[in-house]
Design a protein around this ligand. Structure first.
Ligand SMILES: Cc1cc2nc3c(=O)[nH]c(=O)nc-3n(C[C@H](O)[C@H](O)[C@H](O)COP(=O)(O)O)c2cc1C
Length: 167
């Protein structure tokens, strides 16, 4: 498997923590983790395997650093890349916009054909999520507020899936 670049936007550090756990779950694979606040498009272009992570803010909003960065994505050629997404949210406080940041990030991708790492919506409890497309989540969904105990096994399962789907 080729090197992986993880790019996250995180306000209180929860998405950052998850990004580091995802890196750890890849074991000996080459994985570099970037805080989007300090990264540029040239950093992203170095990787054919990419992981983007965001938390959810307000209704349908990505974390601020993604709001600032998203318009630069069309500068990337995604046709020879694989991209996996993960999102953090709070299904009890925001059951009508659960992980909407992840859904918005997916919606605003210039090319969706490169996206891998979709997951089941089972084991979550919510009314609506922009990240739910055709009955599955567009990426890995983590809720560190109410399902923290499930995070490690969710990451482990997702990483095993990505090891098959990445280049
Ligand atoms: C003002 C505010 C709005 C939020 N809006 C949503 C939301 O619409 N949907 C959701 O699932 N979580 C929402 N959350 C929860 C955050 O996404 C969650 O706490 C996340 O773990 C924060 O991650 P971060 O520290 O990496 O930014 C909101 C939290 C706050 C404080």
């Amino acid at each position: 498997m080729e090197a992986i670049g993880i790019f996250y936007g995180s306000t209180y550090g929860m998405t950052e923590k998850s990004a580091k756990e995802i890196k750890k779950a890849f074991g000996r694979a080459k994985v570099d983790v970037y805080n989007l606040a300090d990264a540029g498009i040239e950093d992203m272009k170095k990787y054919r395997n990419l992981i983007f992570g965001t938390s959810a803010w307000g209704i349908g909003e990505m974390q601020d650093d993604w709001e600032r960065f998203i318009d630069r994505l069309p500068e990337m050629d995604f046709s020879e890349r694989k991209l996996a997404l993960f999102g953090l949210g709070d299904q009890k406080e925001y059951p009508e916009s659960f992980v909407d940041g992840l859904g918005t990030l997916y919606c605003r991708l210039p090319d969706k054909s490169c996206v891998v790492g979709q997951t089941s919506t089972e084991s979550y409890d919510f009314y609506f999520s922009l990240a739910n497309k055709d009955g599955e989540f567009v990426g890995l969904v983590l809720d560190e507020h109410h399902q923290k105990d499930l995070t490690a096994q969710r990451i482990k399962k997702w990483v095993a899936q990505l090891k098959k789907e990445f280049i």
